[in-house]
Design a binder for this molecule. Structure first.
Ligand code: HEC
Ligand code: HEC
Length: 296
């Protein structure tokens, strides 16, 4: 009797250990490629659930939206043996990289002697070309002088590009391919991010020092935002004195324009009066936009 009890207890313990091992193993596996994304929550990434290699297919636009420039700064240590990135920094083995995103490919940079292959590419660096270059420099320009193997991790490249972009470039981030467009259920289902208006209401506390959102609410440092979704930018709002920069943008507030605006107001309209750094987290922006949509 006691024997059998020990056997049962033994197997129970054993299976517990196996389960624990599997849990920690899969934890490692899923963290391997995707960095901090799972914690960031709620992403329904097309392809990931169905295929094991899915993480590699996450578009760089999506990775940029949820990326982290501070992590990119850490990665830049891999580049710093050859590159400076401060404004006016000296060329070394490679050219100084201040404001390189948006600038000409393989040109300028204080007369740096580029390889013929990179100089011959033409065009300007954008996120797409930079993503290819950093994946595999030799594949991008066969005869390049940059003897650097490349970064195989898409999230690492995205973080690095966010860091590069913050050093004098400040290009607007490209829209994530499946960004919520119409706001209807079908579009939301295909979107990489599932918005949560209730969480958006929580985040709106960051805005409430400057904005009311109830219908007929007073303007403060910023305009009242009731019914802002779908309305013309920088007009009406009880005669609020908008900046010329935002007035000049024109257009209507929709998912795409609100997302760019809330990512980085100054990048959207350089002379804006909205002194708000922006919401770096794509999920949080989507939540706030969903909340704005409901606030009529
Ligand atoms: C071993 C030295 C070395 C390392 C490490 C290195 N680079 Fe380079 N980089 C170069 C050289 C040399 C060039 C010029 C390439 C050419 O002319 O073909 C270059 C060119 C570039 C350019 C093109 C600049 C322009 O004006 O068109 C960018 C962007 C760049 N590197 C980014 C990086 C980043 C980001 C890293 C780190 C992930 C990195 N490099 C790591 C040596 C290096
Ligand atoms: C420090 C004050 C401040 C904070 C915080 C702030 N805003 Fe603003 N906001 C402004 C000002 C000022 C303007 C007018 C900008 C201009 O004219 O350039 C504005 C304009 C806007 C507009 C455009 C309105 C229109 O009619 O075109 C939207 C949308 C907006 N803010 C949303 C938000 C959201 C959402 C948040 C929080 C995530 C936020 N703001 C945080 C001050 C602020």
């Amino acid at each position: 009797m006691e024997d059998r009890f020990n056997t049962i207890a033994g197997w129970t313990l054993f299976s517990g250990i196996v389960a624990l091992g599997l849990a920690s193993l899969s934890g490692h596996y899923f963290r391997a490629d995707k960095n901090h994304r799972p914690e960031k929550m709620g992403y329904a990434i097309a392809g990931v659930a169905s295929s094991e290699g899915g993480a590699k297919e996450v578009p760089f636009e999506t990775l940029l939206a949820s990326g982290d420039a501070a992590k990119g700064e850490a990665t830049f240590k891999k580049c710093a043996s050859c590159h400076t990135i401060n404004q006016g920094g000296a060329n070394g083995i490679g050219p100084n990289l201040f404001a390189v995103l948006g600038d000409k490919i393989g040109a300028g940079r204080g007369g740096f002697a580029f390889s013929g292959d990179l100089a011959g590419k033409g065009g300007n660096w954008d996120f797409a070309s930079m993503n290819q270059w950093l994946t595999n420099p030799k594949k991008f320009a066969a005869g390049t002088k940059m003897t650097f193997a490349g970064l195989s991790d898409g999230a690492e490249r995205a973080n690095l590009m966010l860091y590069l972009n913050a050093q004098g470039s400040n290009l607007p981030l490209p829209a994530a391919p499946a960004a919520p467009a119409g706001g209807d259920d079908a579009a939301a289902a295909a979107a990489p991010i599932v918005a949560d208006a209730a969480k958006g209401e929580q985040s709106f506390k960051k805005c409430a020092s400057c904005h009311t959102i109830n219908a007929g609410g007073a303007n403060g440092i910023g305009p009242n935002l009731a019914g802002i979704y779908g309305e013309a930018a920088a007009t009406g709002r009880g005669g609020f004195a908008f900046s010329d920069a935002l007035k000049a943008k024109g257009g209507k507030w929709d998912d795409a324009s609100l997302d760019t605006w809330l990512t980085n107001p100054k990048a959207y309209a350089a002379g804006t009066k909205m002194t708000f750094a922006g919401l770096a987290d794509a999920q949080e922006r989507a939540n706030v936009i969903a909340y704005l949509k409901n606030a009529k």
